[in-house]
Design a binder for this molecule. Structure first.
Ligand SMILES: Nc1nc2c(c(=O)[nH]1)N[C@H]1C(S)=C(S)[C@@H](COP(=O)(O)OP(=O)(O)OC[C@H]3O[C@@H](n4cnc5c(=O)[nH]c(N)nc54)[C@H](O)[C@@H]3O)O[C@H]1N2
Ligand SMILES: Nc1nc2c(c(=O)[nH]1)N[C@H]1C(S)=C(S)[C@@H](COP(=O)(O)OP(=O)(O)OC[C@H]3O[C@@H](n4cnc5c(=O)[nH]c(N)nc54)[C@H](O)[C@@H]3O)O[C@H]1N2
Ligand code: SF4
Ligand SMILES: [Mo]
Length: 787
């Protein structure tokens, strides 16, 4: 992997897709053949022919080769016979046999619902499909969840209710034609940078940008109108905007009459959302609310909205989506170029996972076990006896799944391509669940993760550059990943590991595939005429030539199919009536509001140059230079009152747990609010994990947790941090509050849980050193929003 190529070395250009965000930029990899016959990626550049990025890349995509050269990959399986023991390397075939035998035994003893699957929007479509097929079709459990539950669940549920099916109705092309953009609960500049650039080109050409966020982000900095909203009050704003559009005669009665239902309830409902009332709830100026409504109203049908976690990660996330879609339906700004409610997906294949049904009741092709005909259709494709698929035993999301594990109801869990010990809200339940489970198997590309530390068996996955598979981006565009490089050691494509475990469990009949392409051929059969989920025109052969956007009915049809729901008979939504639905969704407060004991609101999220739990970007020196470490932002007024100066360590505590983070004092956040990224966790030191603090209250429809709002106390940590290891430094912070997690089973910073891998790359220990010695001055410039 580390061979330095000679200049005259032959390289081959391989087209693929970026493995970070849902923008789904095309990559071209320069691949060299080493003297040992192994292929290595030397460089990644933007694919000029790709419709998502036309050659552009952000810092994360551009440093792909650095990531691929990073140490710490799993080269074999790791197995431990006893929880107290160190895991030892094991041949993958043995670990697969053991995994199959132990899952089999648990199913036989406790029934299928004792086994759970927790999967990811970063797996290929084929791996997502097989995980769901194994769980629901063969093991016979509906206990499958994915990290999309933390991410896109509210958008998905909202789309289904409002429009009849999941997935955006429009496309990236809309960004080139809209006259007004409403970006709400989305920090596109940091999290979808290449799409943000495309939007900004249109803004430079005269389109107007409205940004709604409680935090003045890099996105907000570019807005014509920035609405710095009080956290969790978007429903009031969205209803208030509709109130004004209606009052000002800016709705489109013709469209409403022809293509929607439910409008008749709206005018009466909206009476409660006059500007003064909305200003009161949201903390916004009445004039600003009026200005936003005017901008949208004057755009006519030519406006679009983008949203992500600021709306989704809420106990009324589904309602947020409904209320946002209401605005589009009322103005007729949907299903035409330059218009539409556009949910941006987070992960590179979260859209694919939603299509494969990897959450709760889902079945492939946007189907559900709750619908008898859809069960029957799936049983037919999977060659299962009628009545095999179950409609019962559907769970209520990720949080509930880990709670059931902690309660002993679920006894085994197979976690693939996600790191829940770091990323799930109120993570203590996850840790309790994994500790209580009889058998935990994880499947990752890297050895050292917060979650692997709890596994009995760790299976080594191949990266997306080492295996074929399909990724579907935010706009329903499919790109093929290629096996451009060789996986290290015994690492294997995720889909293949899943298929081999299934075969070893006795399900050869459903899982004997020779290639990812064969799996894809089966996936295509799930064409769904009801939702227009249609891959009939897509094949690997076609994808080797070009990306294709669904709905794609014919191989000789167009590659781009940007507007959904418009057919030969005009516009028809996939609801029973063919009409989209207005929902009256009243404002509700967040589940946990500040009080005397916990007087601040904690908001969490991302920074531009890091990805999630840092297993990837945390190994790239260039990115660590740009976003070097954890922090908590608080307002100067609050910092003053608390006696906190820039760089001081601050304890952020909730009813559930605490984190200790260096302060960034900034008016980027509102008074009474604070913000921390969730990137830095146990591998970087103790008390860094903000998900020890966050709330696991969930939306009752989407079961998505409210990562964006919980009540916390802030206190300066008085004791100076000693020059010492992470443990001693954290220990100096004071007594552990009763009931707070003590991460004993979690890897101490700078060491390796298995004693097998090389210690973390130097950049990580440098970061830890920086943290311990109070590097903090530099943080301000590393934080988003600051040039
Ligand atoms: N650099 C980088 N890019 C990424 C990722 C990454 O880890 N790093 N992850 C990817 C993934 S999986 C996802 S899901 C996306 C997430 O992309 P985003 O959703 O854009 O990112 P977040 O930082 O989680 O949250 C977005 C914004 O919501 C705001 N917010 C918080 N509370 C509220 C509220 O009550 N109302 C409103 N209107 N806004 C609120 C936050 O202040 C924040 O600016 O990013 C993707 N892209
Ligand atoms: N506080 C707070 N918490 C959040 C959020 C927030 O805004 N605030 N956002 C939530 C959201 S939107 C998301 S999407 C989640 C993300 O949360 P996670 O999914 O837990 O985050 P990742 O770090 O992306 O974890 C992916 C894991 O898969 C491994 N991996 C990478 N590629 C592969 C592969 O090809 N195969 C296999 N087998 N493994 C691979 C990585 O090494 C890593 O361990 O976090 C959620 N958590
Ligand atoms: S915008 Fe997203 S997909 Fe494009 S290069 Fe950056 S991280 Fe990759
Ligand atoms: Mo996400």
């Amino acid at each position: 992997m580390t061979t330095t190529p000679r200049p005259q070395q032959e390289t081959q250009a391989v087209r693929t897709v970026c493995s970070y965000c849902g923008v789904g930029c095309g990559l071209v990899l320069d691949v060299a053949m080493g003297p040992d016959g192994r292929r290595t990626v030397l460089k990644a550049s933007g694919d000029k022919a790709h419709p998502a990025n036309a050659g552009r890349l952000c810092t994360k995509g551009a440093t792909t080769a650095d990531l691929l050269a990073a140490p710490g990959r799993l080269t074999s399986a790791l197995v431990r016979d006893d929880r107290g023991e160190e895991p030892v390397p094991s041949p993958v075939s043995d670990a697969i046999a053991e995994t199959a035998a132990r899952l089999r035994a648990i199913v036989d003893t406790h029934g299928p619902d004792a086994v759970a699957f927790y999967v990811s929007g970063q797996m290929s479509l084929e791996a997502q499909y097989l995980a769901n097929k194994l769980a629901k079709g063969f093991v016979g459990t509906n206990a499958i969840e994915s990290n999309s539950r933390l991410c896109m669940a509210s958008a998905g549920t909202g789309y289904k209710l409002s429009l009849g099916a999941d997935g955006p109705p429009g496309s990236y092309e809309d960004f080139d034609q809209a006259d007004v953009f409403l970006v709400i609960g989305s920090n596109m500049a940091d999290c979808h940078p290449i799409l943000f650039l495309r939007m900004m080109e249109r803004v430079k050409a005269g389109a107007r940008l409205i940004v709604v966020d409680p935090r003045r982000t890099a996105t907000a900095a570019k807005a014509d109108l920035f609405l710095q909203i009080r956290p969790g009050t978007d429903l009031a704003l969205l209803n208030g905007l509709l109130h004004l559009l209606h009052e000002d005669g800016h709705t489109d009665p013709e469209f409403v009459a022809a293509h929607t239902e439910g409008w008749e309830d709206l005018p009466g409902f909206l009476a409660d959302y006059a500007p003064a009332a909305v200003a009161e709830i949201t903390g916004l100026a009445e004039d600003d609310i009026r200005r936003a409504a005017r901008l949208i109203g004057e755009a006519g049908r030519q406006w679009m909205s983008c949203w992500t976690m600021g709306l989704n990660q809420s106990t009324h996330g589904t309602w947020n989506t409904n209320a946002l879609v209401n605005l589009h339906l009322a103005t007729g700004a949907i299903c035409r170029p330059g218009a539409g409610p556009f949910s941006l997906t987070g992960q590179p294949n979260a859209m694919g996972g939603r299509e494969m049904g990897y959450m709760g009741p889902g079945l492939p092709g946007q189907r559900s076990v709750l619908v008898p005909e859809e069960r029957a259709f799936t049983e037919d494709v999977w060659e299962l006896p009628p009545g095999t698929l179950r409609a019962d035993g559907v769970g209520q999301g990720t949080v509930e799944m880990f709670r059931k594990m902690a309660d002993g109801e679920i006894k085994a869990c197979w976690i693939i391509c996600t790191n829940p010990v770091a990323s799930v809200a109120n993570r203590r339940t996850v840790i309790e669940g994994l500790e209580a489970a009889e058998f935990v198997v994880t499947q990752d590309v890297f050895a050292d993760t917060e979650t692997n530390a709890y596994a009995d068996v760790v299976l080594p996955g191949a990266m997306w550059t080492e295996a074929e598979g399909v990724f579907v981006n935010s706009e329903r565009n499919l790109t093929l990943t290629r096996a451009a490089a060789d996986p290290p050691g015994e690492a294997m494509a995720d889909w293949r590991i899943i298929a081999e475990v299934a075969c070893a469990m006795g399900y050869e009949k459903g899982f004997s595939y020779d290639s990812a392409e064969q799996v894809f051929e089966e996936i295509r059969r799930f064409y769904n005429p009801k939702t227009q989920w249609d891959l009939r025109g897509v094949s690997y052969e076609r994808l080797r030539r070009t990306p294709v956007q669904w709905p794609a009915a014919r191989e000789d049809g167009p590659e781009r199919n940007p507007v959904r729901y418009v057919g030969d008979e005009g516009l028809r939504f996939p609801t029973a009536s063919g009409r989209a639905v207005f929902f009256a969704r009243p404002h509700l407060p967040a589940a946990e509001l500040p009080d005397d004991d916990y007087p601040f609101v904690l908001n969490t999220g991302r920074v531009q140059h890091q990805w999630h739990t840092l297993t990837k970007t945390g190994k790239v020196a260039k990115l660590n230079k740009l976003n070097p470490g954890p922090f908590v932002e608080l307002h100067p007024r609050d910092a003053d009152a608390l006696g906190v100066a820039e760089g001081d360590l601050v304890e952020v505590a909730s009813r559930r747990g605490r984190a200790v983070l260096p302060a960034v004092v900034t008016d980027r956040v509102r008074p009474g609010c604070c913000f921390a990224p969730f990137h830095w966790n146990d591998l970087f030191g103790e008390y860094l994990s903000i998900n020890a603090v966050t709330s696991d209250a969930v939306d009752p429809l989407s079961f998505q947790p409210e990562f964006k709002v919980c009540a916390v106390s802030l206190a300066k940590v008085a004791t100076p941090v000693r020059e010492a290891s992470g443990h001693e430094a954290a220990g100096s912070v004071g007594e552990e509050p009763a009931g707070t997690l003590t991460p004993t089973a979690v890897t101490p910073a700078g060491t390796d849980p298995f004693g097998l891998q090389p210690s973390p790359p130097p950049v990580l220990s440098a970061q830890e050193r920086q943290y311990l010695t109070g590097f903090l001055a530099g943080l301000g410039s590393g934080a988003p929003g600051v040039p």
